[in-house]
Design a protein around this ligand. Structure first.
Ligand code: ZN
Length: 185
């Protein structure tokens, strides 16, 4: 069974002047198609199914932070990878989210095409909508292959984006606590 994307990769390989029939490339269209499907599998997932009831009642009102969540994504401008770490924090309002679910939310949105700013916002809004938290803070630091490999290479540039919702937005002390916790990690 040939993957529906395989013929497109075959065209790309031919288009750059390569010979898709040579031994090393013979199975590449199929492999690349499967890899690309995996890297974009976030399109096949939705928040409700992913969280699947992993919400627990809690009277906790301190900040919960999940640090250094690895992320791998593809930029929508070049279809090239960007990768880095996300820091996700929230102040619950009666419900907390299973720990592993925070990382899975990051993965779900990372495995779609977008830009880093949008990814940061999507993660923050998802955590907010699932938990009904008083506030959410998300920060992502990532390096972009489209910056590092193309044109004027900027091999060490890292982009940092953050989105603050609710108390993280309105309270200076909450925001400072978040930024402090990120630094000490
Ligand atoms: Zn790009």
């Amino acid at each position: 069974m040939t993957h529906p994307l395989a013929s497109h990769f075959e065209q790309i390989i031919t288009g750059i002047g390569e010979d898709v029939d040579r031994e090393g490339l013979a199975k590449t269209p199929e492999r690349a198609a499967k890899a690309f499907e995996y890297l974009t599998e976030g399109y096949q997932q939705d928040l409700g199914t992913l969280v699947n009831g992993a919400l627990f009642e809690s009277d906790l009102d301190e900040m919960i932070i999940v640090r250094n969540i690895e992320l791998y994504s593809l930029c929508e401008h070049h279809l090239l990878p960007f990768f880095g770490r996300a820091q996700v924090a929230y102040i619950p309002d009666g419900r907390v989210l299973g720990l592993s679910k925070v990382a899975r939310i990051v993965d779900m949105y990372a495995r779609r095409l977008q830009i880093q700013e949008q990814l940061t916002r999507e993660i923050a809004e998802a955590v907010q909508s699932v938990t009904g938290a008083r506030g959410v803070g998300v920060q992502i630091e990532a390096r972009h292959m489209c910056m590092m490999m193309r044109g004027v290479s900027k091999q060490n540039s890292e982009m940092s984006t953050s989105v603050m919702l609710g108390t993280f937005r309105h309270s200076q002390s909450t925001r400072n606590e978040f930024l402090q916790l990120i630094k000490s990690g």
